[in-house]
Design a protein around this ligand. Sequence first.
Ligand code: IMP
Ligand code: MG
Length: 179
Amino acid sequence: MTHDSFKLFLASQKIEEMVKKIAIQVDDAYPPNEPLVCVAVLKGAWIFHADLVRAIKRPVTIDFIRAASYGAGSRSSGTVRILKDVEVELRDKHVLLVEEIVDSGRTLSFIKSRLANSDARSVKIAALLDKKERREVECEVDFLGTEVPNEFLVGYGLDWNENYRNLADIYSVPGEVLK
Ligand code: IMP
Ligand code: MG
């Protein structure tokens, strides 16, 4: 199936503006000369992360973490496990978790609590999108692009069964199409 039935939700130009705004907030939030590690939450965040780190002006190091909730489909289940852990040393560094969309909050709150043992100087969250009304677990987003309604979105890293991550714009998939 093509994406003809999808509804344009956020055009790439608008996404670019949002990323630039987040980068400015990130640059302003940390004292100069204090190391910042930007950790992408794979897979969905990899495009947002790539754009964000290039818009951030201060020096950063990058890393990746991959978590999965048990079960498949368009809803995340209760349990989270780590498939790929962070590799760089986080001790005394500021850590910025980069996520493309926060839904129940389970993934990020799990990752954040895991990193609490790393002796990082701080652990904050940057998210492009936040489905706030879907939150089940408390999860504060420190740097946010925009809140979004409870619609299923694809593109710019967001997938539907591993498809459509490469779309430059973000689309909403109508409920009747998801069935
Ligand atoms: P959470 O643990 O429920 O917050 O799950 C967040 C993850 O669910 C995101 O990183 C995405 O991978 C996925 N997700 C949530 N909403 C959507 C969506 O609308 N489209 C695609 N993936 C989504
Ligand atoms: Mg994700």
